[in-house]
Design a protein around this ligand. Structure first.
Ligand SMILES: Nc1ncnc2c1ncn2[C@@H]1O[C@H](COP(=O)(O)OP(=O)(O)O)[C@@H](O)[C@H]1O
Ligand SMILES: [Mg+2]
Length: 529
């Protein structure tokens, strides 16, 4: 029948939400996300009104009686707008302000998620005070109508939400955590004059810009815009650097996101922000001096946050558009952190002041070329050995080979070779023997040329035994080292002369390295340990 393809209305279904929608919108909420939604609303109204002086938000967290209340003097809700407080999806913010509220579910979701009984009182300007109650009975009924009561006046312009019969209990410790969370989340607003009290005590702004300014490696900042819907724009500012307030217990590093000045999430170390092998590497204490702060401003509906504003939606186009630049900064400063891991006190923490350098986002996005070349990785062992023996080498250049050979022994030790210990043994034993030769040949004060002529030298060098006997009288402490040196020599000879090849253990190499190092110290004052 052809009629099957024609659209024809036959009836209507009722699309009115049922109260159970509250159950779904309260899932995933906790004390933090819930309380912050209530604070967000007060802050938003304050911002929309131009941030007038005298703004105060009072948070009560009574752990003894298990009561929560949030009171603000941002202006109150006019009687014709009371539905905004209970109808899921209802939202009203004066246009043109970069606020936090957008989904129209925050206050309802939060109030209901925190407890079974919620009383909301609000007084718009100096008008009549109204109260509405969210109760289990109302949530259980099919009726969406909600009684509004006239009650004795509260302060003008005030909204107060009281929650009881809590769904989750909290302790005194939670109150302190919550206070800290508020100080971090609303730092910008506190700085701008919004007073937030927790249990009657004021809060102070907590920021994360404890940058270190090592010369050449100062923090870098870059600004640009993204347009997630191809229409509106979000301003993005990303600042990365090394920090001076590293806390090994708190793991206070990674990526931080602010949306319209409100902290959304801190210390992100997920693969989406670069913490994966091949980029910044998996999270590791060595990389814990890297912090990257992302600050987004713009219309709330374009922000890449999740619906409880406690995390970032990585598949949001706004995030995708800023990702490359973000990753490059995370990678750069994580690498820098790793390279500085042995020099934190002098190289990083000492540099507490300086300026943050602005860089071109395009260039960061394309390559890491605009950032200064990173310092060399772990300083090469041989180089530092040579550094330590600089004076000895310059006074007695023949010692250079002896020093470098000791470096080579370490390099051999790091190879993935089955027979590396045997190579190390041969090198160590030869280095000792050569050291003795250099001593005799170069210390003409001890071995005068008229006695130690070419013929005599040649004869001495025919046998190791003779060489040692020549040196011993001048370096008596050498005798104490000889048992081990001879053991090394025996093993080496076995390698050279015997049918079966001996195995040499890591422990033996450690011992031999030590004893040869001691001999070099006695003979030439070379320091290897
Ligand atoms: N404390 C408050 N003071 C004044 N108005 C408020 C307050 N809380 C909520 N509102 C109003 O209720 C609306 C709905 O709040 P909410 O459910 O959190 O959604 P959203 O913040 O996303 O708009 C807000 O847009 C605001 O107009
Ligand atoms: Mg809200």
């Amino acid at each position: 029948m052809s009629g099957a393809s024609i659209k024809r209305e036959v009836a209507e279904v009722d699309g009115t939400p049922i109260k159970r929608v509250f159950m779904s919108i309260i899932s995933d909420y906790d004390l933090r996300t819930g309380l912050c939604e209530l604070i967000d609303n007060a802050v938003d109204l304050w911002t929309a009104n131009g941030q007038p002086a005298g703004m105060k938000i009072g948070v009560k967290l009574d752990s003894a009686r298990q009561l929560i209340s949030v009171e603000d003097n941002a202006g109150g809700v006019p009687s014709e707008s009371l539905h905004l407080l209970i109808a899921p999806g209802a939202s009203h913010h004066p246009a043109g302000h970069d606020v936090i509220g957008v989904f129209g579910v925050g206050s309802k979701r939060a109030a209901v998620a925190l407890g079974e009984r919620v009383e909301i009182r609000t007084r718009y300007k100096k008008k009549q005070t109204h109260q509405i109650d969210l109760t289990p009975e109302w949530l259980a009924s099919d009726d969406w109508q909600m009684p509004v009561y006239e009650v004795p006046d509260i302060d003008p312009g005030t909204t107060r939400i009281d929650v009881s019969h809590l769904r989750q209990t909290f302790t005194e410790a939670d109150v302190n955590t919550m206070r800290r969370h508020i100080e971090e989340t609303y730092a910008a607003f506190i700085e701008q004059g919004c007073i937030i009290e927790v249990e009657g005590n004021g809060t102070s702004a907590v920021r994360f810009n404890s940058w270190a300014y090592p010369p050449n490696f100062e923090p870098r900042t870059t600004s640009f815009t993204v347009s997630p819907d191809g229409n509106g724009t979000i301003s993005v500012k990303i600042t990365g650097g090394l920090i001076v307030d590293r806390d090994p217990v708190e793991d206070n590093y990674g990526v931080y996101f602010y949306c319209n000045e409100r902290l959304v999430v801190k210390e992100l170390r997920s693969w989406e922000v670069g913490y994966v092998t091949g980029q910044a590497g998996i999270p590791h204490p060595d990389a814990s001096l890297c912090r990257v702060i992302v600050e987004l401003t713009g219309p709330p509906e374009l922000m890449p946050w999740n619906s409880s504003k406690s995390g970032i939606n990585y598949s949001h186009p706004a995030f995708k558009q800023m990702r490359d630049t973000l990753l490059n900064l995370v990678i750069y400063f994580s690498t820098l952190s790793r390279r500085m891991k042995n020099d934190r006190e002098e190289g990083v923490y000492k540099h507490t002041s300086g300026t943050i350098e602005s860089v071109d986002p395009q260039a960061i996005g394309r390559s890491r070329g605009v950032l200064p070349r990173l310092p060399e990785g772990r300083r090469k062992h041989t180089d530092s050995l040579k550094d330590r023996n600089k004076t000895v080498i310059s006074n007695a250049p023949w010692t250079l080979g002896l020093v470098e050979a000791m470096g080579l022994v370490d390099i051999i030790g790091r190879q993935k070779l089955d027979t590396k210990n045997r190579a190390a043994l041969i090198l160590l034993d030869s280095n000792f023997e050569i050291a003795m030769k250099e001593f005799i040949v170069n210390r003409q004060d001890l071995y005068p040329a008229h006695i130690y002529n070419d013929a005599k030298i040649l004869d001495i060098f025919k046998s190791r035994h003779k060489v040692i006997n020549e040196v011993k009288p001048h370096v008596p402490q050498l005798s104490a080292l000889l048992p081990k040196i001879n053991h090394m020599y025996t093993l080496r000879n076995k390698l050279v002369h015997e049918r079966a090849t001996v195995g040499i253990t890591d422990g033996q190499i450690v011992e031999f390295k030590k004893v040869v190092g001691q001999a070099l110290k006695l003979l030439f004052d070379i320091k290897t340990a």
